[in-house]
Design a protein around this ligand. Structure first.
Ligand code: FUB
Ligand code: ZN
Length: 640
């Protein structure tokens, strides 16, 4: 009992050792219980019951664990070496890390002894592969003389080219902190700390250190997170070094955003996942250090993305050539890369910018990405994954149960269970309601307990009810996000606009049936509608958003979408898919005047709202739900 208490006390005190520095506090996912059987309840259940077990089984099947045990065998007996198999990647170690991260989030909501002990057994295997000084990278340790082709002859020598040593550290730290926070066990955290300590010692600007920056970013945000978990400032300093030296070391290339120093960058270029992780890391470090130059740079880059490089689905990364951002306005549809990992990265960036600036426009982009280009990356059943998420297919493209390069499935493993952490945020006496989804939550406003229930059929219906179940905070302000699509703004730029000439009616908000008038003028400049009150148990806020189907056009500079339209309803982007349509969808046309009525259909056991054209036989389904009925044709943008 004493040791359990010690663990818990250590856990609690460590939790307070460093504050994240953002002016706005996210409400952690542990405070928000998503209601089962709802839109997100179904996704979380699929993640828990299908995706995470599947990913663990793939880690077994594809020798992810064998890499660790081989490395351990070499450490015990250096005469034993193991050939690195063709077609494997030096970042394969991260798949178990990422799956453990997702499973740890799950464990916090659904304690599960069998899962906890499975993770424990995997951690034993991982721990056994750690070299005595803390280095943990099986692509080298299992065969130091002939490591993976991308690894370079010695530690860090090929980091900027592709060894992914620091990428592996980053994912390990992200996962280890999550596991520690979920279980109170330091088992994984201590492994990660030993590796991180080694990196702080061996990688840096000082004589005797390797002056390299990550060839693939993520260590920046991970080390900031490790600083928060431990209070040890050296991790924050290391994160800042990794950012500040980018563009100043030997490798200078757009691909890894090392073409110039980060504070001089103002356009999103290169590999989209690397870029998004870097911007997220810059936001974390800026929040902690107050570095205004980082903020200036990521603000400019965000403007560039939302005005020139964002797909209507919220996807980023136009081209498979380098898995990269394209040129301004280069947004092809059939060849859109829109990697699932990049969509996750886009959520990370927009969440952090919201926490820095408090404006709803970041959530508009986050929500668009979440409901479209991100969840399209995993099947409704949780057992199939897209790597690229194109906006058009001539057929033959389908989700797969796993990939040789499995970054996307394992990223889905860690992202979906963390979703409840994106719903609310708090600043002093302000409670931000950022996402609309059924949940029960217990959170703190101005440090005092507040319990809420949110009930809604969103994204199918725009009716949202928030009930106050308990309030110890007295008077506080609800800041309700009024989504851009309600305010006739597709995205916070002129990249996409409504083409149908309609005006969505303003939302209605009532408190205990007393109607509050919502005008554009009393939606605050930050995009929120604020209602203050001395809330008491049983108070009910009702919000109604009209969810008219809307027709969207892209900026004329987007050649791929010229003369084309797409259809949205609420936060969802729609597409034409062959199974709902008798005529070839590649021949379908719409006009800005096409009227749609809503219908229903069932896809993969879930009910979805369809849009049925009034003037022609054309039925659209939500983009995320495509490719559940065979690898048929699909199209988001339809010609005039
Ligand atoms: O390099 C690690 C991961 O593999 C990247 O994030 C993905 O784009 C894939 O290339
Ligand atoms: Zn990926």
């Amino acid at each position: 009992m004493l040791s359990a208490l010690t663990v818990l006390t250590a856990f609690a005190s460590k939790q307070q050792t460093a504050a994240h520095g953002y002016p706005i506090n996210p409400v952690p996912f542990t405070s928000v219980k998503v209601s089962p059987g709802t839109f997100w309840g179904q996704r979380l259940e699929a993640s828990r019951k299908v995706t995470i077990p599947l990913a663990f089984s793939k880690c077994e099947e594809t020798d992810r664990y064998t890499n660790f045990s081989n490395a351990a065998k070499h450490l015990q007996d250096p005469s034993k070496v193991f050939e690195i198999k063709k077609g494997t990647f030096p970042f394969d170690d991260t798949d178990p890390y990422k799956t453990i991260e997702g499973a740890s989030y799950i464990l916090q909501t659904y304690p599960d002894e069998a899962l906890a002990s499975y993770i424990d057994s995997v951690l034993n295997v991982i721990a056994s592969a750690q070299e005595p000084d803390g280095y943990l990278y099986t692509a080298r340790t299992q065969n130091p003389e002939h490591p993976h082709d991308w690894s370079g002859p010695t530690r860090w020598s090929a980091e900027e080219q592709g060894s992914h040593e620091l990428y592996n550290l980053g994912h390990m730290v992200e996962s280890a902190v999550a596991h520690y926070q979920a279980t109170g066990s330091r088992k994984f955290l201590d492994i990660a700390i030993r590796f991180a300590d080694l990196v702080c010692k061996e990688v840096g600007p000082n004589p005797g250190q390797a002056c390299v920056v990550p060839g693939h970013q993520i260590a920046e945000m991970a080390l900031a997170r490790l600083y928060l978990a431990t209070g040890d400032k050296k991790y924050l300093d290391e994160a800042k070094f990794l950012l500040d030296y980018r563009g100043k070391t030997t490798v200078k290339q757009e691909y890894s955003q090392s073409h110039k120093p980060v504070v001089e960058q103002d356009e999103a270029v290169g590999h989209a996942v690397r870029a998004a992780y870097m911007y997220a890391g810059m936001a974390d470090v800026a929040a902690l250090t107050g570095d205004k130059d980082y903020i200036k740079a990521i603000d400019a880059i965000w403007d560039n993305i939302v005005s020139k490089k964002l797909y209507i689905t919220g996807g980023i990364g136009a081209t498979g050539n380098g898995e990269a951002f394209g040129k301004n306005y280069e947004l092809p549809n059939a060849t859109a890369y829109c990697e699932t990992c990049a969509a996750i990265g886009n959520v990370y960036v927009n969440h952090r910018l919201f926490l820095l600036h408090g404006e709803s426009k970041y959530y508009d982009v986050l929500e668009r990405t979440l409901y479209n280009g991100l969840i399209s990356g995993v099947s409704l059943e949780g057992n199939g994954f897209f790597y690229p998420n194109p906006l058009e297919s001539a057929g033959g493209y389908e989700r797969k149960p796993w990939f040789g390069c499995a970054c996307c499935p394992s990223n889905i493993c860690r992202f979906i269970p963390s979703l409840p952490g994106y719903v609310y945020a708090v600043k002093d006496h302000n409670l931000y309601v950022n996402l609309f989804l059924s949940n029960k939550s217990e959170l703190k406003v101005a440090g005092k307990k507040v319990c809420l229930s949110q009930t809604t059929e969103y994204p199918w219906s725009g009716d949202v009810t928030i009930r106050i179940d308990e309030n110890k905070a007295g008077k506080f302000i609800f800041k309700i996000r009024i989504p851009g699509w309600v305010r006739n703004q597709v995205v916070p730029s002129d990249l996409y606009t409504y083409a149908d000439g309609k005006q969505t009616s303003l939302p209605s908000v009532s408190v205990n049936d007393f109607q509050h008038e919502v005008f554009n003028t009393n939606i605050e400049p930050d995009g929120y509608f604020a209602i203050g009150g001395k809330w008491k148990k049983g108070d009910v806020i009702k919000i109604h958003f009209d969810m008219e189907p809307r027709i969207v056009r892209a900026n004329e500079n987007v050649e791929a979408d010229r003369g084309m339209f797409c259809v949205e309803r609420g936060p969802l982007v729609y597409c034409a898919e062959q199974p709902d349509n008798k005529d070839d969808i590649m021949e379908a046309h719409i006009s800005p005047n096409t009227q749609f009525r809503t219908g229903k259909t069932e896809i993969a056991g879930t009910s979805v709202t369809t849009l049925v054209a009034e003037d022609q036989p054309l039925t659209l389904i939500p983009y995320y739900a495509w490719c559940h009925r065979g690898a048929g044709k699909m199209r988001v943008w339809l010609p005039l």
